[in-house]
Ligand binder design. Structure first.
Ligand code: CP
Length: 297
């Protein structure tokens, strides 16, 4: 599971339906599944994470797997071991699945091409974050009852966002209308991506069903991609006044309150932000169970 690009619409729906089934199980408090009994999942995070790392760990545990957690700090990487030697070492401990987050685009693919274990990309550079895309779409589907024909607005640094890429790949394949909006320096060329491109937030939000707000990475300001956080919030920040009652508000987290999103919006009635977190556990249960069922490990 390296990106959503290679998946067909029917494969996406299979994962979403399985995710919805696991979400219902979680809502009933069922955490003692046996689907991954006897399997071992290694969480390998080379970049910070709260949501993705913990939800993969819980997803594997709720399905009965053994889980080991690898963190960059405190590992032999700090002594100079390379990524593939680290992956081969972990695989040699009878690991069936590796969940990899890395700051470099292509890192999960490099490992996948060189190990027998199943590999899940938990975010690589600016490239892809497929389970985030899936959990966002699962959240939209569960709230709106459909995906096809919805207008989904993605706000912020789309060009450098693996979350945006995975959302766009999945949403476009399932027939949603995707509009991206933000400073021109942070937007792709619409000729290259299946999206409509806007720089005016109010125009983009007209008739929107869902608004997905991206985290502003502070280093982008240092690169001169936007002048100041105050100006960013004024022109592209989502405050509660900009939302109509039926707009679903999403944010992948972690949030910068007061920069890309106002606290009143994040905590208000439109917000599905914590629901996304629960759906994150469910969709990771879906991905792990499907991969390990099919990979024969
Ligand atoms: N959305 C997301 O990937 O969050 P974390 O960095 O906390 O995992």
């Amino acid at each position: 599971m390296l990106s959503l690009e290679a998946l067909s619409a029917s494969e996406l729906w299979e994962l979403l339906e399985r995710g919805s089934y696991f979400r219902e199980r979680l809502d009933k408090g069922e955490k003692t599944g046996k689907e991954l009994k006897g399997r071992t999942v290694a969480n390998m995070f080379f970049e910070p994470s709260t949501r993705t790392r913990m939800s993969f760990e819980l997803a594997a545990q709720y399905l009965g797997a053994h889980v080991i957690n690898f963190a960059h700090q405190g590992s032999s990487l700090v002594k100079g071991e390379c990524l593939l030697d680290t992956a081969w070492t972990i695989e040699a401990m009878a690991v069936d699945c590796m969940v990899i987050r890395h700051g470099t685009t292509g890192a999960a693919k490099l490992v996948a091409n060189n190990v027998r274990a199943a590999v899940v990309n938990a975010g690589d550079g600016t490239h892809a974050h497929p389970t985030q895309g899936l959990l966002d779409i699962l959240t939209i589907w569960r709230h709106k009852g459909r995906v096809e024909g919805l207008k989904v607005v993605i706000v912020g640094d789309v060009l450098h966002s693996r979350v945006a890429r995975s959302n766009i790949q999945g949403l476009a394949k399932l027939g949603a209308q995707v509009v991206v909006v933000g400073p021109a320096t942070m937007l792709p060329d619409s000729a290259d991506w299946p999206v409509e491109v806007e720089t005016d937030l109010d125009r983009a939000l007209e008739g929107a069903d869902c608004v997905n707000v991206l985290r502003i990475q502070k280093e982008r300001q240092e690169q001169g991609l936007f002048p100041s956080q105050q100006e960013y919030f004024k022109f592209w920040g989502i405050d509660a006044n900009r939302l109509t009652s039926d707009m679903l508000l999403l944010h992948p987290g972690p949030m910068n309150r007061g920069i890309e999103i106002e606290g009143r919006a994040a905590d208000g009635p439109n917000s599905a932000i914590l629901d996304q977190v629960t759906n994150g556990v469910a969709i990771r249960m879906a991905v792990l169970s499907m991969l390990l069922e099919r990979s024969g490990h």
